[in-house]
Design a protein. Structure first.
Length: 134
């Protein structure tokens, strides 16, 4: 949750929503607890007086680089096409590496009028510490 600033060149994260109690995790896939996440998105949106919105998905790439996989890119395209998300230029934030050293990578999807020609751009990310992170 958060917003874009600096003419959309900076992603400001105000709240991080976790996977939820009924999420499924494997070493190569993740299925979120959508009911939990939708409720948390609505709660954060209301608590911010409708200023902080859903701007990005996030996940980790343990022992990997902070780069988007083909699956990650497909997820961004799906988010961009989802009317309920109201986010034509979604971002994805990755924490990559592991144990003692993590790298942050953030990318925003820039759609194109031509099918299959969307591009990704790195986006500067600022995380604002909140009292609690869901």
């Amino acid at each position: 949750m958060g917003y874009f600033s600096q003419g959309e060149s900076e992603l400001v994260i105000t709240d991080v929503i976790g996977p939820g109690p009924n999420a499924k995790h494997t070493t190569t896939a993740f299925s979120p607890d959508l009911e939990f996440q939708h409720a948390e998105i609505a709660r954060c949106y209301q608590q911010s007086n409708r200023l902080h919105t859903y701007v990005a998905d996030w996940h980790t790439h343990p022992d990997g680089p902070p780069a988007l996989s083909n699956k990650d890119k497909r997820v961004l395209m799906k988010i961009a096409r989802c009317a309920d998300a109201r986010l034509p230029k979604p971002a994805m934030v990755l924490l990559a590496g592991g144990f003692d050293h993590w790298n942050l990578g953030s990318f925003q999807l820039i759609p194109s009028r031509l099918p299959g020609c969307a591009r990704l751009r790195p986006v500067r990310t600022k995380i604002i510490e909140q009292e609690s992170i869901s």
